[in-house]
Design a protein around this ligand. Sequence first.
Ligand code: JHZ
Length: 408
Amino acid sequence: MAINLCRVNGSNLTKVLDFGMQPLGNGFITEDQKLGEYFFRMEIGYSETSMMLQLLKQPSPEKMFHDHYAFYSSTSKYMANHFKSFAEDVISSVYLNKDDPFIIELGCNDGIMLKNFSQLGFRHLGIEPSINVAQEANKQGIQTVSKFFTEELARDIVDGQGQADVFLAANVMCHIPDIVNVVRGISLLLKPTGVAIFEDPYLGDVVAKTSYDQIYDEHVFLFSGLSIRYLFGRYDMELIDVLPQKTHGGSMRYVIAHKNTYAIKESVKKLIDAERFQGLDHSETFDLFRNNVEKSKADLVKLLKALKAQGKKIAGYAATSKSTTVLNYCGIGADLVDYICDTTPIKQGKLSPGMHIPIVPHEIFKNEPPDYAILLAWNHAEEIMTKEADYVLNGGKWIIHVPEVKII
Ligand code: JHZ
């Protein structure tokens, strides 16, 4: 059922945009699963008091995170480096108690970040509900429990292993609808001097770049400094630092502590001022965002249809979760895009969610290059365009849709 009350404070939500019927972002299916494919109406709303942009309806967590979850974090070298330096930042920070520190990561996936702590012998715990990726982490020697994080689990961890110095999460917090329960759990879990450090795709970038593809079933929220400060402020915690990140097309790292434990850095004030200037604190901003999204859709469909009319072969590059929103919202199917290549074995041989474009191994792109490739992983543009330099040298062209639709 769709909600019209904010998940953070129960206030009324103003409806922002209706993306129509959408499948699961990572719901790659086989030919015989087409018939029973799951769809939900994807709409987003905004609360002017919590300043939180959120889905009105989200599929149940068990539908999205299970024993065949298709996203393995370690598919990008850039991301592996990113998490290594994230871990190094934490290790060298003032927040890590030098006496047997305990580090917890929520949604540790295949262990891409925690391995940087486990290899150095730090006491750690990964929490990952999707069993297949959690097994991958366990294989690497990372202590992982395959459960959803709740206040109750936080209590069990404190009873069994004590409170944490650092609670980490990357691209996870924005996935959890009962965020209030998670925030309460974090409050229990953190030592008096403990901190939560997490990063997620950033609303300010989504609005500035019209990167509406960050909105899909898994992302129930798109956070800003304003909304995070408000959310944790309700539970006696505070935002003490923010660090913008380049990952996922623009993310923000938030540092949270129990109230009055650390000084609040100047970065927080600067971000809040910039967000007020951008209008992230009022709903009219999202009217403009909706217009930009509709224009992006019209431009992309027009371009693909024009190229197809000229007999061009078009492929998709990387079967990302976010491309599910673009393809379904714009109605782009196999009539416009012949195939999508992707390096993840579990996605290959399947069909893209909803629009049923065949997902093929990367070798097909190498051996049968298209005239045009739409870069569905536009957030990895630098890494991909560098390794695919030959594609352009041989006459291939990239299409990108963020921040605006163009051929490059
Ligand atoms: P990528 C994921 O979204 C999922 P996605 C998740 N819900 C989330 O929150 C966000 O990240 C932030 C392929 N690929 O990283 C591999 C290539 O084929 O943009 C993966 O299928 N070749 C947790 O899925 C996909 O792209 C390459 O060279 O939108 C990853 O897409 C590279 C670099 C990637 O995330």
